[in-house]
Design a protein around this ligand. Structure first.
Ligand code: ZN
Length: 183
């Protein structure tokens, strides 16, 4: 992540809404197809479940889902928001009973991946676990649903609600790297 400048230091608003002094811009790792393929091959070594299909939330997990699916020999799907609700579009479908690996580039609160799990279940599929590049959750947010979280890296990057953020308290303004062009 450091080699590809994907690990940013500063004051960031994460997609979860939490503030942090670290941001993982995984697009900068995944933009190198050989690196992306290597990361996926390394991660599937740890996935101790049978997988029929890989599914992750757009946009962050589209390439990652594709690389994991390549490594597992399955197909790759992504979910998108329509009127705020996560859903499978573009003719994508999951057959009843299919074992789905839910994937995300970074897991913080597990919000987006949790919504993908809901989509899989609503489609009749069976989520078998979650696979991520970076786990910065502190503790597996999917454990309550009986799902394992497999990660290549565990980061103890602190994250705060905006009202508790010490960087905001210093009068510093958080940036949203994911939504800015050029970052
Ligand atoms: Zn802040």
């Amino acid at each position: 992540l450091r080699d590809s400048q994907a690990l940013l230091e500063g004051h960031f608003e994460l997609s979860s809404g939490l503030h942090s002094e670290r941001y993982f811009q995984c697009a900068l790792v995944l933009m190198d197809p050989r690196r992306a393929e290597g990361l996926a091959r390394a991660l599937v070594e740890h996935v101790s479940a049978e997988v029929d299909v890989v599914v992750g939330p757009a946009l962050g997990a589209v390439i990652w889902a594709h690389e994991l699916a390549r490594a597992l020999g399955t197909r790759a799907l992504f979910t998108e928001r329509k009127d705020g609700a996560m859903s499978l579009r573009r003719g994508f479908s999951i057959a009843a009973g299919e074992k789905a690996l839910v994937v995300e580039d970074v897991v913080t609160t597990g919000g987006s991946a949790g919504e993908v799990i809901d989509v899989v279940q609503a489609s009749g599929g069976r989520p078998v676990g979650v696979a991520t590049i970076v786990d910065r959750s502190g503790s597996n947010p999917f454990a309550a649903r009986g799902l394992e979280l497999w990660a290549l890296a565990t980061a103890e990057a602190k994250a705060w609600l905006p009202k508790d953020c010490p960087l905001c308290a210093r009068g510093d303004k958080a940036v949203k790297p994911g939504s800015r062009t050029g970052t």
